[in-house]
Design a protein around this ligand. Sequence first.
Ligand SMILES: C[S@@+](CC[C@H](N)C(=O)[O-])C[C@H]1O[C@@H](n2cnc3c(N)ncnc32)[C@H](O)[C@@H]1O
Length: 296
Amino acid sequence: MEYVHYSVMKDEILAHLIPPEDRPAYMVDCTCGEGGHTYLFLSKYPNLQITGLDRDSGIQQKAIERMKEFGSRFTPENIWFDEYFKNYDGPPLDLVLFDLGISSYHYAESERGFSFKKGEELDMRLDKTAPISALDVVNGYQEERLSDVIYKYGEERYSRRIARAIVEKRKLSRITKSDELASIIYKAVPSGYRYGHIHPATRTFQAIRIEVNRELDRIEPALKGAIAALRSGGRIAVISFHSLEDRQVKWLFKGLGEGDSPTIKILTKKPLIPTDAESKENPPSRSAKLRIIEKL
Ligand SMILES: C[S@@+](CC[C@H](N)C(=O)[O-])C[C@H]1O[C@@H](n2cnc3c(N)ncnc32)[C@H](O)[C@@H]1O
């Protein structure tokens, strides 16, 4: 089987997340994906058990296949990470990893319309049973709501023009394909914006995906749940890829790590970022930020 995702900041993650080696140790990889990070940990630490969460059963199948050699040391769970921690009753955790967002698999293989470069049906759901897909957002949301989503989750300055163009187009016929949506956006923005360093549809596609999967609503409850599940001295590492995510992580950690009775110690006053060599080798990693805490 081919694994298409490049796991970011591997060295930094391994340097800061070190399980005790004199007893069974427990880790939850909250965003297991194809299991790039999980594979490294299971290979390195024979006493480590990892539960790998992913709400996407398609990508999870790839991780299950990849982790076969580790037998019962790997347990997959097809669940949203915030849901997982709601009723956590497992052993106190030594390590927790979040590598937020979606994987290269989603663009390259999922056929769910994540990529504006492909002509796929607009879906973008990680959970195939979820009630709302990208089709519903693009064809069903009122113009103002659509514009708000694109502005808030895409930080797209032409959100109004883009939402207007989408609404005009769908009056004629439903917008069903990702390349069709990309072309509407391309035509809606000023010509100078079409030739920037990212495709003009990038931010809108990101926004719709975040809305469909309610990605930003899940981070804070999951982090709180993960901290509660951690043993004292246990660590959590969070890799985020855009400022909306990083801001949430930063402020939650600040709130719990400062003041008279802190419950966590912040190990990264400033987030760690990929080395120049990594950014060069894997350009999408350029925007990664890594924050790490330890439970007191
Ligand atoms: C960036 S990828 C992880 C890549 C992985 N660390 C690796 O090295 O192969 C993020 C994964 O988390 C999943 N995911 C995103 N948000 C999630 C959530 N709230 N709950 C569960 N899974 C989630 C996505 O389906 C995706 O497969």
